[in-house]
Design a protein around this ligand. Structure first.
Ligand SMILES: NC(=O)c1ccc[n+]([C@@H]2O[C@H](COP(=O)([O-])OP(=O)(O)OC[C@H]3O[C@@H](n4cnc5c(N)ncnc54)[C@H](OP(=O)(O)O)[C@@H]3O)[C@@H](O)[C@H]2O)c1
Length: 266
C-alpha cells in the first residue's frame, strides 16, 4: 500500500461505503473536501467511490474488512491511522445489517443475533475505541452513527436489528457525554425506510407478489409503516443530516437522535 504525503485537508472515516446510504455519504464528504477512508467487504464498489473522490483532488483509501471480525477492523484501523498519520476529523459508522427478516424470537439462531449485533453495535464500538481517544486528544471531531428508527421503537420480527440499533443509541449518548468536554460531538441518525437499491428491489418484489404496480406497492408499504409524510426517505435526506452534523451548524449538537423517517415514530 502506498501512502501520499500529508495535506491540510480534513479526514473522514466511513464504514459501509460500498453501497446504499454509506456510499452516498462517502461521496458527499469527498465532494465537501475530505480525504476519505472507507471500510466494507466489497472492494470494487469502494474503488469506484475512491476513483470519484480522487478525481476531485482528494486522497482516498479503500479498506476491505468484514466488520463482524474484530481483528479485521483493528487491521483496517491500523492501516487507516498510518495513512492519515493519526488525523481523523469525521467518523461515520454506516455499515449495517437488518438481520433475520420476519422470524420471531425463538425462530432464529443465536448466531444470527450475534451477527446483527456485531455489525450494528460492536463494530461501531471498536471503531470508537480506537478513534475517539485520538479525536479527544485533538480537541475536535464529529462522529455520526447511522442507527434506525427501530432503535427508538420496537418491531415484531426485527428484534435483533432493533436491539442492536437501540444499543448503538446508548453507545452514542454515552460517548457524547464522555467526549463533550473535549469538543467532540457524537450523534445518532435514525432513518426510517430509505429508498436504497436494496429496498427498491424489495418494493419491486412486493409489487410482483401482490399483482400491483410499483407505485401502488410503495403506497401500501408506506401505509403499512405508518409514515405521515407518505414517502420513504431518499439517501440524500440522510446525507443532508450528516453534512449538517459535521458542518459549522452542528457544532453545538451532541448526543442527539435525529429521526429522519417522515414522522413514522410519532
Ligand atoms: N435502507 C433502509 O431502509 C434503512 C433504514 C434505517 C436504517 N438504515 C441503516 O442505514 C445504514 C445504511 O443502510 P443502507 O440500507 O443504505 O445500506 P445497504 O445498501 O444495506 O448497504 C449496507 C452497507 O453496509 C456494509 N456492511 C454490511 N455488513 C457488513 C459487514 N459485515 N462488514 C463490512 N461492511 C458491511 C455493506 O458493505 P459490504 O456488503 O460491501 O460489506 C454496505 O456498504 C445501515 O446502518 C442501516 O442499518 C437503513
Amino acid at each position: 500500500m502506498s501512502y501520499a504525503s500529508d495535506t491540510d485537508r480534513p479526514v473522514a472515516f466511513v464504514t459501509g461505503a460500498s453501497a446504499g446510504t454509506g456510499r452516498e455519504i462517502a461521496l458527499a464528504l469527498g465532494a465537501a473536501g475530505y480525504d476519505l477512508a472507507m471500510v466494507a467487504r466489497r472492494t470494487a464498489e469502494m474503488e469506484a467511490v475512491a476513483e470519484t473522490v480522487r478525481a476531485q483532488g482528494r486522497r482516498a483509501l479503500v479498506l476491505t474488512a468484514d466488520v463482524r471480525d474484530a481483528q479485521a477492523i483493528e487491521n483496517a484501523l491500523d492501516s487507516f491511522l498510518d495513512w492519515s498519520r493519526n488525523r481523523v476529523d469525521v467518523v461515520v459508522n454506516a455499515a449495517g445489517y437488518t438481520g433475520p427478516l420476519s422470524p420471531e424470537i425463538g425462530d432464529f439462531s443465536i448466531d444470527e443475533f450475534d451477527s446483527t449485533v456485531a455489525t450494528n453495535l460492536r463494530a461501531p464500538f471498536i471503531v470508537l475505541s480506537r478513534l475517539l481517544p485520538i479525536m479527544r486528544a485533538a480537541k475536535a471531531g464529529r462522529i455520526v452513527n447511522i442507527g434506525g428508527n427501530h432503535g427508538i421503537r420496537g418491531r415484531a420480527g426485527r428484534s435483533s436489528y432493533s436491539a442492536s440499533k437501540w444499543g448503538l443509541r446508548g453507545l452514542s449518548r454515552s460517548a457524547a457525554l464522555e467526549a463533550g468536554p473535549d469538543g467532540v460531538t457524537v450523534n445518532y441518525i435514525a432513518p426510517g425506510p430509505i429508498a436504497v437499491p436494496r429496498m427498491k428491489e424489495n418494493w419491486r418484489k412486493l409489487a410482483v407478489s401482490r399483482g400491483l404496480s410499483e407505485e401502488e406497492a410503495l403506497k401500501l408499504y408506506v401505509a403499512d409503516m405508518g409514515i405521515p409524510l407518505g414517502r420513504p426517505s431518499e439517501m440524500e435526506d440522510i446525507v443532508a443530516m450528516v453534512l449538517y452534523l459535521v458542518g459549522e451548524g452542528g457544532r453545538n449538537v451532541t448526543g442527539q437522535e435525529l429521526v429522519v423517517d417522515g414522522g413514522a415514530t410519532l
